[in-house]
Design a protein around this ligand. Structure first.
Ligand code: ZN
Length: 329
């Protein structure tokens, strides 16, 4: 038995049941009136006949609310709403995206799931949206160690390559809690005005922040319990923390490790990514990193975690694409 034998990967009724158990852990909630609890399950309902399906297809998971008498399925109000892709294929796509450390291309999804490339591309972006976590508490409460660094990835759109320097490159800012999660941002420029407000918003004032000696972070000590630095310019990559603010050494190797996974994925798997979609790819890499197996989260639990994020994030065609952008990745 492989994990891919599980019923929810090929049986639509099982796929819906599993989806319901995650989206509605305490039973069905009517999206029309908010009624929680009893519903009538509608058996044998079929969709309207189409050319491809002259008999219509069976509509699994259709319910009627006992309160307002309106019909709904668990897909209403999620990123799966209005998708014609069966839920068992969504489970396959979520599993593949969650279990591949460097991601999976839309071309690969298109071939494996036997759906059009365009459908695969939109599925992947909807799943990234589900992975995106918003409104999170600041990182590093209780003296947690948070490493902060920026990296450059890919050319800015419309920028002309200068004579050296990174002015034409996209800037990514990442905060990594040594105990676990990562949070990344696409920033316009690598300077104090762009970087510091984001760091302040996402860093607990109880955190111990570790950065390199970039001037951007000069005033970081005002926003954290302690600000420790390593001097990369002097060839120093690890230094001792004599005051014992942190258990280990002073270094930014953890955040650099995150960047290396991100870059290998972006180069090896995704190859092209337009600037306006970069934040979604960052959400994907943050998600997998923050729920990695080293933290005790295995593939199946990671997929369930992504599925939890589908609620309240209905992504419409226009939002994800402006219609014209089916990219080559
Ligand atoms: Zn209702």
């Amino acid at each position: 038995m492989s994990i891919l034998n599980a019923a929810h990967f090929h049986d639509e009724a099982a796929a819906i049941t599993k989806l319901e158990s995650i989206v509605w852990p305490e039973g069905p909630v009517c999206p029309h009136c908010g009624h929680h609890g009893e519903t009538y399950v509608i058996k044998g309902a079929r969709s309207k006949p189409s050319k491809k399906h002259p008999e219509g297809v069976e509509r699994h998971g259709l319910r009627t609310c006992k309160e307002c008498r309106k019909q709904f399925t668990v897909k209403v109000g999620t990123v799966f709403e209005s998708s014609h892709i069966p839920v068992h294929k969504w489970w396959q796509a979520v599993h593949l995206l969650c279990s591949s450390k460097k991601g999976i291309s839309a071309h690969q999804l298109h071939r494996t799931l036997q759906i059009t490339y365009k459908s695969a591309w939109f599925m992947a972006h909807r799943i990234r949206e589900a992975m995106r976590e918003g409104g999170l508490a600041p990182m590093g409460g209780n003296g947690g160690v948070v490493e902060i660094d920026e990296t450059y990835h890919g050319p800015k759109e419309g920028a002309v390559k200068g004579r050296g320097g990174f002015g034409h490159k996209r800037v990514i800012l990442t905060l990594v809690n040594r105990q676990g999660s990562a949070r990344s941002f696409h920033v316009d420029k690598s300077n104090t005005a762009n970087v510091l407000p984001i760091v302040k918003e996402n860093l607990s004032n109880e955190a111990v922040a570790v950065t390199d000696e970039s001037r951007i972070y000069d005033r970081l000590g005002e926003h954290a319990a302690r600000h420790l630095t390593v001097n990369h310019a002097r060839g120093e990559y690890v230094s001792q923390d004599r005051d014992a603010w942190i258990a280990g050494d002073i270094h930014t190797n953890t955040v650099e490790g995150y960047f290396s996974i991100f870059k290998r994925g972006m180069r090896g798997v995704y190859q092209h990514c337009s600037e306006k979609h970069l934040h979604r790819y960052l959400a994907e890499f943050d998600f997998r990193y923050s729920a990695r197996s080293a933290l005790g989260v295995e593939d199946e639990a990671r997929a369930s975690k992504a599925i939890k994020g589908i609620k309240g994030k209905r992504l419409t065609y226009r939002q994800s694409s402006d219609q014209e952008q089916v990219e080559n990745n």
